[in-house]
Design a binder for this molecule. Structure first.
Ligand code: NAP
Length: 245
């Protein structure tokens, strides 16, 4: 389904980004795997891809850094451009409103919002020239529903939803779809340190009765990255085991 398509996945070194890179590659995509700090992990991903006969290269960039994103897209253009952008890189902040420092808030916004915005802008420049493209942004269930103790993070994920909808309207006429995925509780490094009693409480509200996996999310990203979703844009698709509807 993604034969001859090039996909840039930000934050591909771990978690949902890694699973997405693997799954999209299994469906024929050439992967450009962005990472920031986890070089060993991204190298392991590339070895796995190459062992499976798939194509993948790594590009390091801190997505919150404008110059580094610019340089990453110089490399993307050198590699022939992209057909799909998966804006996945993100950081969490688990703090109450009154405990969140402005520095912590800034880091969340810079990574989750400024990063996604910059990548979308660069990708859209390439895609509008080609007259097609797909952008998938990682939001979160907390961007739709809020969550006590995640004011900065939930706000950043709500921003992703607004940005997705606005960009979908702007870029639709150029043949580009823009959608968001809103995962619930997914088993990755990001959630591994959450207290067990907190996870149990959350899972009590998940009709499907289990924590999600990175592959659960990657499968929806796959749908939004292929022609199967050609008439789907501006949507936010929950991947939360029926926690909210
Ligand atoms: P994760 O396991 O903590 O992985 C985060 C990834 O983001 C890593 O590959 C990391 O790369 C990358 N990253 C972080 N800051 C970056 C930066 N400044 N520049 C480039 N890459 C950066 O997280 P995850 O759980 O897979 O989450 C992935 C996305 O899904 C995030 O946007 C998150 O908000 C969203 N999400 C997750 C859950 C969940 O329950 N896990 C739920 C809803 C939404 P390096 O390690 O190389 O720095």
């Amino acid at each position: 389904m993604l034969k001859n398509k090039t996909v840039l996945v930000t934050g591909a070194s771990r978690g949902i980004g890694r699973a997405t890179a693997l799954l999209l590659a299994e469906h024929g995509a050439r992967i450009i795997a962005n990472y920031n700090q986890s070089e060993k992990e991204v190298d392991a991903l590339l070895s796995e891809l190459h062992d499976k006969g798939r194509e993948g290269v790594k590009v390091r960039a801190d997505v919150s850094n404008e110059q580094e994103v610019k340089a990453m897209f110089v490399e993307v253009r050198r590699l022939g451009g992209i057909d799909v952008l998966v804006n996945n890189a993100g950081v969490v902040s688990n703090n109450l409103l009154l405990m969140t420092s402005s520095g912590e808030f800034q880091k969340v916004v810079d990574t989750n919002n400024r990063g996604a915005f910059l990548c979308m802008q660069h990708a859209a420049r390439i895609m509008t020239k080609h007259g097609h493209g797909k952008i998938v942004n990682l939001s979160s269930i907390v961007g739709r529903n809020g969550n006590s103790g995640q004011v900065a993070y939930a706000g950043s994920k709500a921003f992703i939803i607004g940005m997705t909808k606005a960009a979908a309207r702007e870029l639709g006429p150029a043949g580009i779809t823009v959608n968001a995925v809103a995962p619930g509780l997914i088993d990755t490094d990001m959630t591994r340190d959450l207290r067990d009693d907190f996870k149990v409480k959350l899972l009590n509200n998940v009709a499907l009765g289990r924590i999600g996996t990175s592959v659960d999310v990657a499968r929806v990203v796959l749908f939004l990255s292929t022609e199967l979703s050609d008439y789907v844009s501006g949507q936010v698709i929950g991947v939360d085991g029926c926690q909210i509807m």
